[in-house]
Design a protein around this ligand. Structure first.
Ligand code: GAL
Length: 352
């Protein structure tokens, strides 16, 4: 090809021109063959882009710490914090594409507003692993390169209900302190509209009812998975003289906020005044609270399992390796199972 082009120039033409055109063509040919012949397996550096909805979220931070320490040293992981701003996350998606990310992991700010992320992924043909904040099945099915990694919210709600039911049935008036045959309880709920908040609340209560426990709800507070917000909601209830025998929190951070409220209001008598408190996640703080017997139980939301599943899937997608052994269900989903944690087994998780 280079020879043909060379012949177009008469001898009288500037030889330097011919030489430089030949060089350009050779470089072009090398780079074209380089692209088409290279198997994705042999790609030199893999680049994974991650955008988290809020880097102040304890569970997400611990999940990402695990993701980063599990990642191979020669893989580049670029992490963005969307700071709870969907527009910002859309811009970050464009940045990650422009930056040449092979795979993008998205922890959606708003699980009902993934349109721009999806449109960008489709137009640039980039695989996306959504995690922790689950988009609708319809949205996820818009590409066979879209995946979701997380857990089964219903399972965590049921397990929390089982933990509380077992203690109530076992301890009677120890928890039903006013001995009225009913359990006065408060639900500390995560973000409105978050699948884990809605489903966990529903199934935790339903499981207690199925266990023939009479419930009397004295408070329902949305505290956005946030420790400080939960503390102030529970302090308000304590100060309004609400009788509280049980607190069910959609996550450990809110359970810890409830504990902070009792510590703040009752000081050194706090433990005597504290109701039975249950969380979900098994964050480091949550596990420590169980060890100190402030919290009776939590449900382990397997951040290690989720981080590893995300990473392994990202690498397989970037290299073109088989996805067969990754536990993908219905072509799109990887869900890690939960486990119950109490004082009996907390050490296995705290010191793993
Ligand atoms: C939940 C987790 C919460 C919070 C939330 C953020 O699964 O239990 O602690 O991290 O995700 O989406």
């Amino acid at each position: 090809m280079t020879k043909v082009i060379s012949r177009l120039y008469s001898r009288s033409e500037n030889r330097r021109k011919i030489i430089s055109i030949n060089i350009i063509l050779i470089i072009l040919l090398v780079s074209i063959t380089g692209c088409s012949d290279t198997k994705s397996d042999e790609k030199e550096t893999i680049r994974i882009g991650v955008s988290v909805y809020d880097s102040r979220d304890t569970f997400i931070t611990q999940l990402m710490d695990e993701f980063n320490s599990y990642a191979d040293p020669d893989v580049t992981v670029v992490t963005y914090n969307a700071g709870q701003n969907m527009k910002e996350q859309n811009n970050q998606m464009q940045d990650m594409i422009d930056g040449g990310c092979d795979v993008i992991c998205i922890n959606l700010v708003d699980r009902t507003e993934p349109e721009q992320i999806i449109d960008l992924a489709l137009s640039y043909d980039v695989p996306v692993i959504f995690f922790n904040r689950e988009l609708t099945q319809e949205d996820l099915q818009r590409s066979d390169k879209f995946y979701y990694v997380g857990s089964d919210a219903m399972e965590s709600g049921i397990m929390q209900g089982e933990l509380a039911a077992a203690d109530i049935l076992d301890e009677g008036t120890n928890i039903d302190t006013n001995n009225d045959g009913m359990i006065q309880y408060v639900m500390l709920q995560g973000e409105a509209g978050h699948q884990d908040a809605i489903v966990r609340s529903e199934y935790s209560v339903e499981t207690l009812i199925d266990s023939k426990i009479q419930l009397d709800r004295v408070g329902l507070a949305i505290a956005n998975f946030n420790r400080t917000q939960a503390q102030s909601k529970i302090e308000q209830l304590i100060n309004s003289d609400a009788q509280i025998e049980l607190i069910l929190a959609n996550n450990d951070d809110m359970a810890l906020g409830a504990i902070d409220a009792y510590l703040n209001v009752y000081g050194e008598n706090a433990k005597l005044e504290m109701p039975a408190i249950y969380g979900i996640d098994g964050t480091i703080g949550g596990l420590e609270a169980i060890k100190m017997e402030y919290m009776r139980g939590t449900v382990y939301n397997d951040k290690e399992g989720q981080a590893h599943a995300m990473y392994d899937l990202a690498i397989a997608l970037a290299t073109g390796r088989s996805l067969d052994d990754l536990g993908i269900e219905d072509g799109h989903y990887i869900r890690l199972p939960h486990t119950k944690i109490t004082l009996d087994n907390v050490n296995e998780y705290l010191y793993q």
